[in-house]
Structure formats: structure tokens, C-alpha cells
Design a protein around this ligand. Structure first.
Ligand code: NAD
Length: 260
């Protein structure tokens, strides 16, 4: 078994997840990547991280809409590295619509991926973490875990739910040196945010500039997008000894959005 920490980051083929996986690799962890995307691009990313940081990077293409696939992904990561030290539940999708028009299949997908997949990965990882007396679980929540915005009913439900899961797992792992925390980002300019701009333009009859300045950044007192690296830095901190007593917390990285 390698001396290096073994991490798994869901939804790490893009955006925040890729930023976290990169920060972990840079810090000397072996990492399992997960997420959808072009296989050639993903392989390029995997090889690039290995070459740059001298760690082992695996890829598991599990579709996390499916609980048994999530479970199998954890088992194969544990088998490959002999352990799983750090689990980041980050995979997520968004859909913006008034609730009366919200497509049922979009609702089901958002709950399955943004909420239930974290239950399934943690359920599968917890036994091993407790037995090894070490685990750091990080759930990527959102400012929408604390406050709502119109037209995001399923997303806001899922993100509020993930805080309940975070607190419960924090209590269950407390005496086993397993920690569970959430990070709540404000708006980070990733493909997920880019993709919702056209829907918000339509739902609110606004131009692209109005959506960016008057809807997205309107909530953020700093008037700046959060950077992927800001979230990755907090995630990495949560794996270090000074964070050992941080448990069941939600760390807001939102430019002051939820302070208002
Ligand atoms: P992104 O679209 O850039 O990345 C999402 C990742 O999830 C990708 O790797 C994608 O392949 C993966 N994914 C999608 N469907 C999947 C599936 N069925 N199975 C496995 N993986 C799947 O998004 P992002 O902005 O980096 O968001 C990452 C997380 O951060 C999400 O949970 C999101 O809710 C949260 N978040 C984002 C923002 C923001 O402003 N970008 C703000 C707050 C919270």
C-alpha cells in the first residue's frame, strides 16, 4: 500500500472537481477521477496530472445517477489503492425553471446526482474509513444550501439536504477519526454556471450581461466570481492536521453572499 493519501473526487473531469483533484495531486495524493466527458480528453488530463505531479491517477467513469455504480466505484478505488482516505462528493448538475414547468425527469436527475449519490458513496466508504481510523469526507454544497433563489427548486432542495447528510456523517464518524464537512461556494465560473445563463435569460427575459451582473454577481457582495482554486484550497486544507477538529461544518466561500 502506498504511503501517499488516496483520494476520490466525483465529477472531476471539469470545473471545481478537476480543480480539487489537481490540488490533491499537487499535494502528493493518488487520485481517482470520475465524471463524464470525451474519453480522449479525460485520458489526456489523467496522464497530464500523473506526469506533472508524480502520483497515480485513476479514472472511473461511473454514472452516479445509479447508486450501485457509485458503490462499485468506491469498492474499485479501495481495491486499487488499498484504502480510501479522502472522498469528495462534487458531481452535480443544474436546471433552471419555474416549479410549475419543472420537468419531472430533471427533478429526479438532480436529486439522484446532487444528493443521493453522496449518500451512496459515503455509505460504501464509511466502513473502511472507520476500520482504518481515518477518513476525510468533503461534500460540495452551495450558497444554495443556505438560501434559495427562484427557479432552482430541485437544486436548492438537494443542496439543503446535503448539509443534513454532512452533519449526520460527522456525528457517526466523530470517534473514528472520520470527518465530514461541506464547502458552500458562491458563483464559480465553470461550465455548470455557463450552461444556466441561457435558461436564466429566458426565464427572466434578460440579456447575457444582465444575467451575469444583475442575477449571478448581484448576490455576491465582492462582485467577483469565486475561483476554482479558492474551493480547491479549502478542500485541501480540510485534509490537513489543523482541520482535524473541523467536523460537520459548512464553510462558505461565497464572497459574502450568505452574510447578507
Ligand atoms: P461542472 O459542470 O463543471 O462539473 C460537473 C462534473 O460532474 C463534471 O465532471 C461532470 O462530468 C460530472 N457529472 C455530471 N453528471 C454526472 C453523472 N451522472 N455521473 C458522474 N459525474 C457526473 O460543474 P461545477 O460548477 O464544477 O460544479 C461542481 C459542484 O459544485 C456541483 O455539485 C455544483 O452544484 C457545485 N457548485 C457549483 C457552483 C458554481 O458556481 N459553479 C456554485 C456552488 C456549488
Amino acid at each position: 500500500m502506498s504511503e501517499r493519501r488516496a483520494a476520490l473526487v466525483t465529477g472531476s473531469t471539469s470545473g471545481i472537481g478537476l480543480g480539487i483533484a489537481t490540488a490533491f495531486a499537487k499535494a502528493g495524493m493518488d487520485v481517482t477521477l470520475n465524471g463524464l466527458g470525451d474519453p480522449a480528453e479525460i485520458e489526456k488530463t489523467r496522464k497530464g496530472l500523473e506526469a506533472e505531479y508524480g502520483v497515480t491517477i485513476r479514472y472511473d467513469g461511473a454514472n452516479l445517477m445509479d447508486g450501485s455504480a457509485a458503490e462499485a466505484m468506491i469498492a474499485s478505488a479501495e481495491a486499487a489503492f488499498g484504502k480510501l482516505d479522502v472522498l469528495v462528493n462534487n458531481a452535480g448538475i443544474q436546471h433552471v425553471s419555474p416549479i410549475e414547468d419543472f420537468p419531472i425527469e430533471k427533478y429526479n436527475s438532480i436529486i439522484a446526482l446532487n444528493l443521493s449519490s453522496a449518500f451512496h458513496t459515503i455509505r460504501a466508504a464509511m466502513r473502511g474509513m472507520k476500520a482504518r481510523q481515518y477518513g476525510r469526507i468533503i461534500n460540495i454544497a452551495s450558497a444554495h444550501a443556505h438560501v434559495a433563489s427562484p427557479f432552482k427548486s430541485a437544486y436548492v432542495m438537494a443542496k439543503h439536504g446535503i448539509l443534513g447528510l454532512t452533519k449526520t456523517v460527522a456525528l457517526e464518524g466523530a470517534t473514528f477519526n472520520v470527518r465530514c464537512n461541506a464547502i458552500s461556494p458562491g458563483y464559480v465560473h465553470t461550465p455548470l454556471v455557463e450552461a444556466q445563463i441561457p435558461d436564466t435569460m429566458k426565464a427572466r427575459s434578460l440579456t447575457r450581461e444582465q444575467v451575469i451582473n444583475d442575477v449571478l454577481l448581484a448576490a455576491q457582495p465582492t462582485k467577483q466570481f469565486v475561483k476554482v482554486e479558492d474551493i480547491a484550497g479549502v478542500a485541501l486544507f480540510l485534509t490537513t492536521p489543523p482541520a482535524d477538529q473541523i467536523n460537520g461544518a459548512a464553510i462558505n466561500v461565497d464572497g459574502g453572499w450568505t452574510a447578507a
